[in-house]
Design a protein around this ligand. Structure first.
Ligand SMILES: C[S@@+](CC[C@H](N)C(=O)[O-])C[C@H]1O[C@@H](n2cnc3c(N)ncnc32)[C@H](O)[C@@H]1O
Length: 325
């Protein structure tokens, strides 16, 4: 296949992702065809059974998912679609407010397909957008480089770093307009989004656009078929902005307590922990739309209260504790 024919072959499915109203079957077909192409170009499908591809990589705080898991993120259909729509819109918005300026994007945690770059770059010219990529997993970055070259996208890449995003000091951080870091899991479990933001956000200019712009976890009570929101367990951007301690010394965020004593135990109440990913403006991932927003249910216990604490050490995780009467 010649270069230009090959580019048409992959550019068409990429362009069709810009339709916000794709039916699920259509979306799946498009992303599956992109996956076949990425697999062919990188020799990585995300389903190879090797220890190397399965192993998570420890970061200074948190763990980076293994290469297979990172590749499979592409197939989290609504996730990939909404991130592409959001990044595309964020670039257009930046172009509108800075006419003629090259928009610089920093992509922390690109994985083996760097999909939030390889599915965006073909929609623009290299003088319009430039990416810097960072990844902790050497095999992932090697694969991403191979794919970028095969797709003829080298001219869109300014820098590639094999580094830990939770500690890396970014050269010329002030020059970036958009920071992308989809380093997430439901309930912000283990993955590095929070420590990455704590390290990176202070390095960028104040008005940098972060994608996803926030993640929040809400607590709901479900009883006899009705749900009532009890409040917010953890709001990443708010919690980081309220920190008084030096962030590199922080091992956990302040505890959040919810009173439960007035809830009768009939009808087997459930406590629901609901993750929401605010990607950019109206682009969101809500309950069970993606592996990142899977709902967690806790059987209610007759107690005075429940407390939640988001830990950074020894492991990155949200912990809860029922407090007995
Ligand atoms: C959930 S995957 C997403 C991959 C890809 N960005 C996508 O959207 O499909 C997260 C990626 O970030 C990388 N990562 C996680 N924590 C990291 C860290 N602290 N420093 C650099 N890369 C990290 C992982 O190795 C993995 O490739």
């Amino acid at each position: 296949m010649s270069g230009s024919l090959e580019q048409n072959f992959i550019t068409q499915p990429i362009k069709s992702l810009l339709n916000p109203n794709l039916q699920f079957e259509e979306l799946k077909e498009i992303i599956d065809s992109i996956h076949v192409y990425f697999h062919q170009k990188t020799q990585i499908s995300g389903f190879e059974v090797t220890i190397e591809n399965l192993a998570a990589i420890p970061a200074s705080k948190g763990k980076a998912v293994g290469l297979n898991h990172a590749a499979q993120c592409l197939l989290d259909y609504h996730r990939t679609h909404r991130f592409i729509l959001a990044i595309h819109q964020a670039i257009l918005d930046q172009q509108k407010s800075n006419p003629g300026k090259t928009i610089n994007l920093f992509y922390a945690g690109c994985g083996p397909y760097a999909p939030l770059m390889t599915l965006i770059a073909p929609l623009f010219r290299p003088d319009e957008i430039q990416f810097s990529l960072l990844e902790i997993n050497r095999n992932s970055i090697d694969s991403a480089k191979k794919l970028i070259k095969e797709m003829g996208l080298n001219r869109y890449v300014s820098h590639i770093y094999l580094e830990d995003a939770t500690t890396f000091q970014i050269p010329n951080a002030e020059s970036y307009d958009i920071l992308i870091s989809e380093t997430l899991d439901a309930l912000l479990y283990r993955e590095c989004y929070v420590p990455i933001l704590m390290n990176m956000l202070p390095q960028f200019k104040k008005e940098v656009v972060l994608i996803p712009e926030n993640v929040s976890i809400d607590l709901h009570l479900k009883k006899g078929g009705t749900e009532t929101k009890q409040g917010v367990i953890f709001d990443v951007r708010k919690s980081i902005s309220e920190l008084t301690e030096k962030s590199d010394q922080l091992s956990k965020f302040p505890e959040k307590v919810f009173k439960l004593c007035s809830i009768p135990v009939e009808n087997s109440p459930l406590l629901l922990m609901d993750t929401k990913v605010h990607i950019y403006k109206d682009h969101e991932l809500n309950r069970n739309e993606s592996s990142l927003t899977v709902l967690y249910e806790l059987p209610y216990q007759k107690t005075d209260s429940i407390s939640f604490t988001y830990y950074l050490e020894p492991e990155v995780e949200l912990r809860y504790q029922f407090r007995q009467l």
